[in-house]
Write a protein that binds this ligand. Structure first.
Ligand SMILES: [Zn+2]
Length: 351
């Protein structure tokens, strides 16, 4: 696209008070890491590419599947037919949307060994992920590197978002001291998700991102914003007083990065010769089998006794069998790939 004035395409955005030419130039010089380019991530990437964010690193471990198309706005049926990784498919679309910005697609599982490299050279980190392990990792790395990040999550018809500005606002661990245990919260797979809640939450995140990148800190949302679009409820939870949790927050007060250092989160071990992977939680938890089996029944076949829960499911045309133990440990049969097993665990059990 040749333009006499490269700013012309942003003319409507520049007219917004608080942005102007100066703000637009700041946006165009900005570098953003986007963790996950699924439901929230595609809306975020779409909006920020159009807004002119100069460099967008999009990271995702998954491939495009038919069940994504209902809400993941950058993908289409051709991407499914071509088995496209989400990060690569997103990059192709984003370059068509705005050829004047740089897109860096990364097909990878975000974990404690690589997340710092993904975030070190960018100004802002955005949460487009679907699980709490990645969110606590983002929180650790953001506090460690002193970079702002924007949390977002949506399941069913409900979503929430908040900003984390190191040294200025509470961090994720100040607000949610402990991550939800396996099976404690529904996932998009088990509880479903309505596309509009995803668009709304991601749009709120993108708005906050634009405020951060243009230096409009006085306009930032400083509360935890929770919305349910089915029962028409919303609440703004005041969180300011939680900042640092009286000097005891492991992350932002004590600078003890439990997720980044591997003291929290999940671990996978390939079970040699069995085409199976064991997934274990580093923090022990107690699973509610009746709750979990209720969640899983719509996705596959569940059998349960006092000692274990078995769950058989077909995912992307491949059969898998989960054996889940009360402490959250699971053996997933049907793969020997640790990353695949983590993805399946996040999708069906959740963490
Ligand atoms: Zn904190």
């Amino acid at each position: 696209m040749s333009e006499a004035n490269p700013l012309e395409r942003y003319s409507r955005q520049m007219r917004v008070p608080g942005i102007g030419k100066k703000g637009q130039e700041r946006i165009m010089k900005s570098r953003v890491t986007l963790c996950g380019v699924g439901a929230l991530g595609t809306v975020l990437a779409n909006t920020l590419a159009r807004a002119g964010v100069g460099f967008l690193r999009v990271i995702d471990r998954d491939f495009v599947e038919p069940s994504n198309l209902q809400r993941q706005v950058l993908f289409d049926e051709t991407d499914v037919a071509n088995n496209m990784p989400k990060a690569e498919a997103a990059a192709i679309k984003l370059r068509q949307i705005n050829s004047s910005i740089e897109i860096e697609p990364i097909v990878a599982d975000i974990n404690r060994t690589n997340i710092e490299d993904f975030c070190r050279d960018t100004d802002l980190i955005l949460d487009g992920s679907d699980n709490f392990e990645v969110r606590y990792l983002i929180n650790d790395v953001a506090i460690k590197l002193g970079k702002p990040w924007v949390y977002g999550g949506a399941v069913g018809c409900e979503g929430m978002t908040m900003n984390i500005i190191p040294g200025k606002t509470p961090c994720l661990q100040c607000v949610f001291e402990k991550s939800p245990g396996p099976g404690e919260v529904g996932t998009c797979e088990t509880s479903g998700v309505l596309a509009p809640i995803v668009s709304i939450i991601a749009s709120l995140q993108a708005t906050e991102a634009i405020k951060i990148l243009t230096g409009n800190t006085e306009a930032l949302n400083r509360e935890l914003y929770v919305l349910n679009i089915w029962d028409n409820s919303s609440s703004r939870v005041k969180i300011e007083k939680l900042a640092g949790r009286k000097g005891k927050c492991p992350c932002c007060a004590l600078k003890k990065f439990e997720w980044l250092e591997g003291e929290q989160g999940v671990q996978t071990t390939s079970l040699c010769g069995r085409n199976a992977v064991q997934v274990t939680q580093r923090r022990s938890s107690k699973l509610d089998f009746s709750e979990l089996s209720k969640q899983l029944t719509s996705s596959g076949t569940v059998t349960v006794n006092k000692f274990l829960l078995k769950f058989a499911v077909s995912d992307s045309g491949e059969p898998y069998e989960f054996t889940v133990f009360p402490d959250g440990r699971a053996i997933i049969k049907g793969t020997d790939d640790g990353d695949r097993a983590r993805t399946l665990y996040a999708k069906y059990i959740g963490y």
